[in-house]
Design a protein around this ligand. Structure first.
Ligand code: PAF
Length: 279
């Protein structure tokens, strides 16, 4: 695997690839790679001539400095993982390579940015679009791969690509789960054994909604979900919502198709998110 840390060196390599008319798949990540990321790399390898992964813990998408500080950065392990899975190129820039100290970013993420994750993490999607736009401008990818776990992020990036008319196809890849249902996340390593067990409440709640979506009224489904979180020590439900999977508009009608259930909760100091399609 070739590793580039500067834009200029990566650019020279990309020019060669474009000249050779190679198709390029891009997998942007913040590192701390797990099987979820690997599934994106594998899909990209299957679809494209060349797969480029990026690892960059993007400071502008963290609204809490403490969260940024404790974000895991096992770079050496990540490099080995990418090498083993056959990733072709890794872009691993330093913060100064991606940001100037005076920079501002004016893209209007729109109403979607104030909802769900946006409401709980002000400025988060502004930071996500800022870095993703930079990566898309730098790397002329044919396709870019994102995980469904960050479903709202995927919709925000879809809007960004439509707004700037970027010529990249976006693929939303399924959530990878542990056998007991826990969605893989780079943040799971912060969970103690007890907290990890409590974290199963997220996927169990989503499964319960999915299984009863066409038989119980929405209000009952959501009430049941909220009740399940009551009185559980060390766990705080941020939201459980049923939304349209294209617009994220709230679903109000019983049995409406095209729905997704989204959940976020804090387990100890670790904030977890998960979601499930209801069709
Ligand atoms: O999903 C992530 O890992 C990040 O939000 C992304 C898309 C790499 C931007 O920093």
């Amino acid at each position: 695997m070739e590793i580039f840390t500067t834009k200029i060196a990566l650019n020279q390599r990309l020019l060669k690839l474009l000249n050779e008319q190679k198709t390029i798949g891009l997998v942007p990540t913040m590192g701390a790679l797990h099987a979820g990321h690997l599934s994106l790399i594998k899909k990209s390898k299957n679809d494209n001539d060349i797969t480029i992964a990026t690892i960059f813990v993007n400071p502008t998408q963290f609204n809490k400095p403490s969260d940024l500080l404790k974000y895991p950065r096992p770079t050496q392990a990540d490099v080995s993982i990418l090498e083993n899975v056959g990733c072709d190129i890794l872009f691993l820039p330093a913060e100064t390579e991606m940001y100037s100290s005076t920079e501002t970013w004016h893209y209007n993420v729109g109403a979607i940015a104030n909802e769900l994750e946006g409401a709980h993490r002000p400025g988060h999607f502004k930071g996500v679009t800022q870095i993703v736009y930079k990566l898309f401008s730098l790397i002329p990818a044919d396709r870019a791969y994102f995980g469904q776990k960050d479903f709202q992020q995927f919709l925000v990036i879809k809007q960004l690509v439509a707004y700037f008319k970027l010529g990249v196809e976006l693929l939303c890849c399924p959530i990878i789960r542990e056998t007991d249902g826990l969605a893989l996340s780079s943040r799971n390593i912060h969970l103690s054994e007890t907290q990890r067990k409590k974290a199963l409440l997220l996927s169990a709640t989503l499964n319960n909604i999915k299984n009863n979506y066409t038989t119980l009224p929405l209000a009952d489904l959501l009430q049941k979900a909220k009740t399940a979180f009551k009185g559980i020590s060390d766990v705080k439900l941020d939201y459980i919502e049923i939304r349209d999977k294209d617009t994220l508009a709230p679903i109000v009608q019983y049995k409406t198709p095209n729905a997704v259930a989204l959940i976020a909760a804090e387990v100890g100091d670790t904030r977890l998110i998960d979601n499930m399609m209801l069709d």
